[in-house]
Structure formats: structure tokens, C-alpha cells
Design a protein around this ligand. Structure first.
Ligand SMILES: Nc1ncnc2c1ncn2[C@@H]1O[C@H](COP(=O)(O)OP(=O)(O)OP(=O)(O)O)[C@@H](O)[C@H]1O
Length: 384
């Protein structure tokens, strides 16, 4: 907690950059503009005893970029974020902030000297301080009146200026999230680090807060790293996504790049609901009960997994495409999830039709949309 609080403080050695005050807008006050800084992780590693939390992670984050760190629980996302913040030290590699080494073999800059804003999933608000006092906490290097004015501006930006005098315990989860965001942006950090900032919110509120936060990040212009385990969140927020697994960077790219061309089945599973059909390659093609697909780059005789996204399958009139029987039909709100049995496949096939679907027991046809399936090397697969 202490380090977190210190890290919230304005960097006194930044030459006034991060704290310079732009002319006050005439109409609606906006979030203060940050001087975005580039951040580089250079072959960063972190061991905890025998656990390797991070292995040789290299990332080059240009000023103003919003990068999402995505991956399953325990893959090292928070550790990387904490290393950037300076509340954790790397055991190998270096971190460079604005071209200057802030963590490495020869140098370690304390969190409060890095000019970085932090926001954690529990928000870490001080219960004994009012909302405006919480937000002004990181602005103590300013005079009292100036700190309050800046804090009010940040509160106004998150729509909570009317709550300035309240205490955190009377606020809803969403309001607390916004106070934490106001506190993080108030010192106008060059880099903003957010660890699962929406995970405590229910799904509807999460959507709204995500959009609002994204707008605020764009407005401040700060370089931002957002940790999440939710691929949709990463796709909505990130200019780029860094996908981690077991402490390694598996893939880095835009949402579209990772969705369309995942490096491996792990990445593919993260971004899509897949039907995975084991097959063997014959004459350059993977043969499955749902069709024969080009298997470029896979040797004849090799085992592969043909991955077809649920939304890339379509129901056809009986007698067309592959014969299938509807086993179940579940209403998921915006979409239906239809389960089908297909002769020759041990496992059911799932699809999400754009419209309605016939009831269970109906014989139907099944087709694969124009998009080619993703095909990855498989193990021990046999043609079905
Ligand atoms: N202080 C610590 N001491 C020992 N092991 C740690 C420590 N911090 C992290 N680890 C281990 O390092 C690995 C990565 O942890 P980290 O918290 O970075 O993962 P994560 O991807 O953020 O997970 P989650 O999404 O569950 O928060 C895990 O195996 C974790 O148990």
C-alpha cells in the first residue's frame, strides 16, 4: 500500500512536465493532458524461488499507446505491471522509461520517482479521506488550492464532481472505480498502469466504464498498460494486445491480427469460441466430417486440429452440406448457442446462428462459412 501511495505522487524530478497546467478550458473541463512517455521492457525476467513468473519478455510501447496485457491467471501479467511501476524488481533484463533505465542490473528508480500512475482492481481508496482528498493525495507537491482545483478537474472528467465531499464507503463500486481513475489521472502521469480495473464491476457497468475510461485515456494521451484476462476487453481497449502464457510473450499485435492470425491454438482459443476437430493431412488437405480444408504448411500424414469458429458455421436446409441433428438450443441473451451431433465426430459441434434455430431433434444441414478454418499442428489426432 505504501508503495502504491508513493507511486501516486507527482514526480518531483520531471521538470514540471507531468504536472504542467494547461489553460483551463472555458466550457467542460477535460482531463489534464499528459506528456506521454515510451516504455520498453528489454528481456525482462522475474523468478520467485523456483517459479519463473516472467521469461525474457521484451515489449516496446510507444508514447500514447494503449497496450493490453492479456493472458490466463498466473501468466505473469501483474508481475510485469508491478515491475513497470517499480513495486517489483526484475531478476533479469531492463525497463526503460522515456529512454532512461529505471530497472536493471545497475539501476533501480523508486516508484515515486517514475511519474507513473497506478490503478488496481481494489481501487485502494483511503476510507478516512473524502473523494476530493483521495484524488488530491497525489498532488501534494502543488499548493493546496491548486491541488484541489486539479483534483476537481479530474473528478469533473469522470462525472463525480458533485461527490467531492463524500467518503468512499458511501459510493457504489462504479463510483469508486471512477474516483480511482480520477486519482490516477490527476497527476497527469506519462504512463498509466491499470491492473484489472473493471473486474469488480458487473457486466453492464463494466461495458460503460470501459468505454468511458478509454475516452479518458485517449483524452489524457498517456501511454497506458491495461491488464486483463478478458479477450473482449483487450480487443475493445488495446491499440495492441500482448498475449502472455507461462511468463512468456506468445503474440503481440492488433486485435485484428491476433483474431485473424493467431500464432497457435492457445491464442486462437483466447479470441474465439472454437470447434476443434482432430484430423490427418492427406494430399495437402485436412479431411473432416465437415469438409476438406487446405492445410498449407502441414506435411502429409501429420496430425492437425481444424478449428472452426462457432460463428463461422451456418445451419442449412436438411439435405444440404453436412448432415447434423440439433441436440440442444440455449438462449444466451444476444445470441443462441446451438449444439449439434454430426456423424463421425465424437464431440458435439456448437454454433451461434445469427437468427433463430429449429428445436432439438430436428435434422438439419451444416455448412462452413467462406472463412477458412484455422489449422494447427495436433497431437495424437486421428481422422474421424
Ligand atoms: N510475491 C510472489 N511470491 C511468489 N510467487 C509469486 C509472487 N507474485 C507472483 N507470483 C507467482 O508468479 C506467477 C505470475 O503471477 P502474476 O500475479 O503475475 O500472474 P497474473 O497473470 O497477473 O495472474 P492473475 O490474473 O491471477 O492475477 C504466478 O505463478 C504467481 O503465483
Amino acid at each position: 500500500m505504501l508503495e502504491f501511495l508513493k507511486a501516486l505522487r507527482r514526480d518531483p524530478g520531471d521538470g514540471g512536465q507531468a504536472g504542467s497546467t494547461p489553460a483551463r478550458p472555458d466550457v467542460t473541463p477535460k482531463a489534464g493532458v499528459s506528456f506521454a512517455k515510451p516504455l520498453i521492457f528489454d528481456r525482462v525476467g522475474r523468478k520467485f524461488g523456483r517459479t519463473s513468473a516472467l521469461n525474457d519478455v521484451s515489449l516496446d510501447i510507444p508514447p500514447g499507446e494503449i497496450l493490453c496485457l492479456l493472458g490466463p491467471s498466473g501468466c505473469g501479467k501483474s508481475t510485469l505491471l508491478r515491475i513497470a511501476a517499480g513495486v517489483e524488481r526484475p531478476t533479469s533484463g531492463r525497463v526503460l522509461l522515456d529512454g532512461e533505465e529505471v530497472a536493471g542490473p545497475s539501476r533501480f528508480v523508486l516508484p515515486e520517482k517514475r511519474g507513473i500512475g497506478l490503478m488496481f482492481q481494489d481501487y485502494s481508496l483511503f476510507p478516512h479521506l473524502t473523494v476530493v482528498q483521495n484524488v488530491a493525495y497525489g498532488l501534494r507537491d502543488l499548493g493546496r488550492a491548486e491541488a484541489r482545483r486539479e483534483a476537481m478537474m479530474a473528478l469533473d472528467r469522470v462525472g463525480l464532481d458533485a461527490y467531492a465531499g463524500r467518503y468512499p464507503h458511501v459510493l457504489s463500486g462504479g463510483e469508486q472505480q471512477r474516483v480511482a481513475l480520477a486519482r490516477a489521472i490527476a497527476p497527469r502521469p506519462g504512463v498509466l498502469l491499470m491492473d484489472e480495473p473493471f473486474s469488480n464491476l458487473d457486466s453492464r457497468l463494466r461495458d460503460r466504464m470501459r468505454d468511458d475510461t478509454l475516452a479518458i485515456l485517449r483524452e489524457t494521451g498517456a501511454t497506458a498498460i491495461v491488464v486483463t484476462h478478458d479477450s473482449e476487453e483487450a480487443m475493445r481497449m488495446g491499440d495492441r494486445i500482448a498475449l502472455l502464457r507461462d511468463g512468456r510473450l506468445m503474440q503481440l499485435g492488433s486485435a485484428e491480427e491476433l483474431y485473424v492470425a493467431p500464432n497457435d491454438i492457445f491464442a486462437a482459443r483466447f479470441f474465439s469460441d472454437l470447434n476443434e476437430i482432430p484430423a490427418r493431412v492427406t494430399a495437402g488437405r485436412a479431411e473432416t466430417p465437415l469438409g476438406s480444408f487446405e492445410a498449407d504448411g502441414h506435411a502429409d500424414g501429420s496430425a492437425v486440429v481444424v478449428c472452426i469458429r462457432q460463428r463461422d458455421l451456418k445451419l442449412l436446409p436438411a439435405g444440404e452440406g453436412t448432415s447434423a441433428r440439433i441436440v440442444d438450443r440455449r438462449f444466451l441473451g444476444d445470441v443462441l448457442l446451438v449444439e449439434l451431433a454430426v456423424a463421425g465426430l465424437d464431440r458435439p459441434i456448437f454454433l451461434r446462428p445469427p437468427g433463430d434455430a429449429p428445436p432439438p431433434g430436428t435434422e438439419t444441414g451444416l455448412g462452413v462459412a467462406a472463412n477458412a478454418p484455422l489449422i494447427f499442428a495436433g497431437q495424437g489426432a486421428s481422422a474421424q
